[in-house]
Design a protein. Structure first.
Ligand code: PMP
Length: 382
């Protein structure tokens, strides 16, 4: 007999009572274009390298992993220096965790908390308010313009009004694909030096400005990374991930670059040994194959530009994209369009402002299947 559970009420935090776990549907469909993954699996050579590194790590699994993972941090610093053309980065400037999701949680654990606020500009990545909720940090979402860009003057006004501990600025933004001009980031960084909560002496602290560059490697020419601003800005953190351009979403490795003092604050809140020996081994082995793993980034960019042009040619609105996905619309009944694409074996994402849909850039064959399916849906019945 099943024991009765009546009379036993779990003390779930009241603000979580009606919440459901975050996540897009994971469906078994031929064409998966819904979570901005890289469609190209690692080559057999990379797989062999990763397998050998994991075997090596397995021999030491009776021990806890290197808590400070300095070898990995050094390798990530070298990668960023090369990718963004910056100098002066070393292990002390780097931090990593299980996906940039966890890096962001560390940021809010260290700088947010009760009585403090995180600020971003909607529409934006839907996990941000969840990090705020989970760390008891207040959440304020300003608005982006009609074309999803950010008005720097309005953003600075909001910074001064809200005085956030943390500002989350995705560039390129998800779900719109919009990158921030470096000038806008500079303007916000200048204002943010004194827009944080009051410090112990009553004087205002800085707001920590997080530029979330999860999709940065897909940016179009002429959009420099915010990493180039790091040297002069101790309150800037630039987050990245191996989930997208590297095609390593399954490895769960996100990271950031910031001044060593900012990184030290994150070291305080991380769980001991949060990055497993296996994760460290996989990430290091993958980084040794950066060129092979990134070989498709250029073609994905081209594929994206082709997709933007094709969608526009269908008479649809398309948001210019610096990422590996495209937001398009608008549809009076977007759910029906999403469903009819799914019926044709193509899974995309129903996300963003009403009427819009987001599609990830796949292989040329996947993109072709998506375009054929969408053209069919747009023609309508009969
Ligand atoms: N930032 C943005 C803007 C994202 O879109 C995502 C993933 N969809 C992430 C961060 C988190 O990615 P991950 O945890 O895989 O690094």
């Amino acid at each position: 007999m099943t024991p009765s559970t009546t009379g036993c009420v779990l003390p779930v935090r009241p603000e979580l009572a009606d919440e459901v776990p975050y996540g897009a549907p994971q469906l078994d469909v031929p064409v998966l274009l819904n979570v901005n993954e890289n469609p190209y699996p690692p080559s057999e050579e990379v797989v062999a390298s990763i397998a050998a590194a994991v075997a090596d790590a397995a021999r030491g699994l009776n021990r806890y992993p290197d808590r400070e993972f300095r070898t990995l941090r050094t390798a990530l610093a070298a990668y960023l220096a090369r990718e963004a053309g910056v100098t002066g980065l070393d292990a002390d400037h780097l931090w990593a965790a299980n996906g940039s999701n966890e890096v962001m949680l560390h940021l809010l654990q260290a700088f947010g908390g009760p009585g403090r606020t995180a600020l971003s500009f909607a529409p934006t990545y839907s996990m941000y308010p969840e990090y705020a909720r989970d760390t008891n940090t207040g959440w304020v979402a300003g608005r982006r313009e009609e074309d999803f860009t950010l008005d720097p003057d309005a953003a600075v006004r909001l910074l001064r009004e809200v005085r956030p501990a943390v500002v989350l600025l995705p560039s390129p933004n998800n779900p719109t694909g919009t990158a921030l001009p470096l000038e806008t980031v500079r303007t916000l960084l200048a204002a943010a030096r004194t827009t944080g909560p009051d410090g112990p002496d009553g004087a205002p602290t800085a707001s920590v400005v997080v530029v979330d560059e999860a999709y940065a490697e897909f940016r179009r020419a002429g959009t420099p990374s915010a990493l180039t601003l790091l040297a002069e800005h101790p309150h800037l953190a630039v987050t990245r991930t191996m989930s997208k351009a590297f095609g390593m979403a399954g490895a769960r490795l996100g990271y950031l670059a910031a001044a060593p003092a900012l990184v030290d604050a994150l070291r305080v809140v991380r769980l001991p040994y949060h990055l497993s020996a296996v994760t460290q081994a996989v990430a290091l082995a993958a980084l040794a194959h950066t060129d092979a793993l990134m070989a498709q980034v250029a073609s994905l960019r081209e594929e994206r530009d082709g997709l933007v042009a094709w969608l526009a040619a269908q008479g649809l609105q398309v948001v210019p994209s610096d990422a590996n996905f495209v937001l398009f619309g608008t549809f009076e009944a977007r759910h029906e369009v999403w469903q009819q694409l799914l019926d044709r074996g193509v899974l995309i994402r129903e996300v963003g402002p009403p009427g819009w849909l987001r599609v990830s850039v796949g292989t040329p064959e996947e993109t072709r299947t998506f375009c054929e399916a969408l053209a069919d849906v747009l023609r309508g019945p009969g």
